[in-house]
Structures are given as C-alpha cells and as structure tokens.
Design a binder for this molecule. Structure first.
Ligand SMILES: Nc1ncnc2c1ncn2[C@@H]1O[C@H](COP(=O)(O)OP(=O)(O)OP(=O)(O)O)[C@@H](O)[C@H]1O
Length: 307
C-alpha cells in the first residue's frame, strides 16, 4: 500500500488559550478585531438586540449562542449591514462600520455566509462562486469596461474559485446545480462563496444546520483551518457539540443581551446560560450533549407538567 493513502481521521481541536481573558459579558479582549458599543434594535415595542459592549478576539473562533429568539440573527444582520440599528456603533479593525451598507462591510473584510436561496440553487456551483467574487475590491468599473482586462479577471476568478472548491472537495461538482448538493455540501459552498472575497473575518450563520453527522467533523475541520490560517471566525450555532468542539470563546445572548462569555468548557456550566436556555427550553434542541444535568432536566419536566 502506498504511503500517500489518505484516511479520514478525527483530530482533537487545538484551541487558542484565552483562559486569561475575563469571562464576563463585554469583557476586554487582548486583540479585539470587532468592538461593539450600545447597539439596540427594536421591532415595534420589542427590543430584539440590546448589546452594551462586545469585543471579538482576532484570529479566534467565537461562537454566538442563545435560545430561539435571543436576537443572534438580528445582531448578525446589524453588524453586516443587512439591517440598521436604532442606535449604536462598532469598529472593525479600528474603522467605524456602524450603519454602513452590506457591500461596504464586505469590502472592509467582514463577510457573512448566506443560506442558498432558491435563485442561487438554480445556478451551478461555479456560477455561485463567480457571483460571490462581484464584491471583490478588485472589481472596478474601469476593468469591467475593457474586454482584455475583464477576460483576464474572469480567468483569475475561475482559477481562484477552482482552488477554493478543491479545498472544500466540491470541484467535481463545479458544473452541477447548487440545488442538487447535499445539506453538508451546501454549507461548504456557503463557506467557499464567502472566501471568494478574501475576508479577514468570516461570519457563519448556523454552519451545522441540516448537515449529516458524518460531515460535521469535516466542516468543523474546515472552520478550524480558517482560524489556523489567521482568519477570525464568528458563528451562530445551535449545535452544542459543535460549539464545544470548535470554539475558542463563546458569547451567550438571551433576550437581546449578552448574558455570558467565556471559554466553552466553563460557559456551558454558567448558571446564567442554563437559566437563559431554561427560559426558552420549549424550542431548544439540547441533544445528547445537553447543557443540562439530570437535576435540571427533572426541574424542566416539573415545569412542563405544570403547564
Ligand atoms: N423583521 C422583524 N420584524 C419583527 N420582529 C422581528 C424581526 N426580525 C426578528 N424579529 C424578532 O426579534 C427577536 C429576535 O429574533 P432573531 O431571529 O434575531 O433571534 P435568534 O436568536 O436568531 O433566533 P433563532 O435562534 O431562532 O434563529 C425575535 O423575537 C423575532 O421574532
């Protein structure tokens, strides 16, 4: 047997050591790449996001968790320019991005993934990648008007897309419709699309949702590889196993506020976190890797009986 045989192995994650960072909501980070202040978003009479202060450590994997309706997606939308806050400011790499439109945020290097829409599902995998390159800082008006320049640019984009697709084991699917991909492959494509714009920070919206458990390990490996290459990762996730396995730091939201922060091992046992999930337990899939110990589960059952 040749020694270049590749086998799928489960590698224990190497975490960044953030144990010296204070585990309290809004705690200062040694190298904050994203700093958020006083961000509020109300819908009618309801405050969906109410974040006093948050710092996200550069070149680390930060998970944003919280029960359904905690405000995670709204917060993501605000930070990436897809929604506008009632108040608040934030800086990314020292530049103010508060209230800036999505394209500008992406050009600054903060890029979020998107679930494949119906329209994107009808395009091929390669066309999805090409489309994602549109926001690239290299895309300028002048080049797009001069045929030799745009032809050269097109070759560059295709080469880059092929390279990224290969990395995510999707190159063989380049000409397939994106809609024909499996749940896990779609998630890989979402990540691959985001990489077309060379982000400094990648924001993943539920990267494990709908992914076959067999592919979860591989997806986690890709997320870790991005961090290891120096990218900052912020992701929203409900899968507690994935959060525990891959994150260097966990931020917990409940009712729009940040209620806890810390390394995954300790934050999962934080009373504020357990209470936050208990408050909304009816929708929370806690799975085998539950946040809850038997005593809390018993309490939950009691609550359920009283309903
Ligand atoms: N466009 C909107 N109009 C009115 N209410 C909204 C809107 N978007 C979000 N909300 C409300 O804001 C609150 C926060 O929602 P959000 O989707 O941000 O929570 P979440 O933490 O991402 O939840 P989930 O984990 O279920 O996705 C919810 O009560 C939601 O109903």
């Amino acid at each position: 047997m040749s020694d270049d045989t590749t086998t799928e192995t489960t590698v224990d994650p190497v975490k960044l050591d953030l144990s010296h960072v204070e585990a309290t909501p809004g705690s200062p980070k040694p190298t904050s790449i994203l700093t958020v202040d006083n961000v509020r978003r109300r819908f009618g009479g309801m405050t969906a996001v109410d974040v006093d202060h948050l710092e996200v450590e550069a070149k680390a994997i930060t998970a944003l968790i919280g029960p359904n309706g905690a405000g995670k997606t709204t917060f993501f939308n605000l930070l990436t320019g897809f929604d506008v806050p009632d108040q608040g400011s934030w800086t990314f790499e020292g530049h103010s991005l508060g209230g800036k439109p999505a394209a500008k945020v992406a050009r600054a290097g903060m890029v979020r993934t998107f679930q494949l829409t119906k329209a994107l599902s009808r395009l091929t995998v390669m066309d999805n990648m090409r489309l994602a390159a549109r926001n690239h800082p290299g895309e300028n008006m002048f080049a797009s008007l001069v045929p030799p320049l745009w032809r050269r640019r097109e070759v560059e984009v295709t080469d880059k897309a092929s390279e990224i697709l290969e990395r995510f084991n999707l190159l063989a699917k380049a000409d397939d419709f994106a809609g024909s991909l499996s749940g896990g492959q779609r998630k890989l494509l979402e990540m691959a699309r985001a990489l077309m714009t060379d982000p400094t920070m990648i924001m993943l919206d539920e990267p494990m949702a709908g992914v076959n458990p067999a592919l979860v390990q591989s997806l986690l490996g890709h997320i870790q590889a991005l961090r290891d290459e120096g990218m900052t990762v912020l992701f929203v996730e409900h899968d507690m196993h994935a959060v525990r396995h891959v994150s260097d730091w966990v931020v917990v939201m409940a009712e729009g506020r940040i209620v806890a922060e810390g390394p995954p091992e300790s934050v999962m046992n934080d009373q504020a976190v357990i209470d936050a999930y208990l408050g909304a337990h009816h929708d929370t899939d806690l799975g085998d890797d539950s946040l809850l110990d038997p005593a809390i589960l018993a309490r939950l059952e009691e609550e359920e009986k009283k309903r």
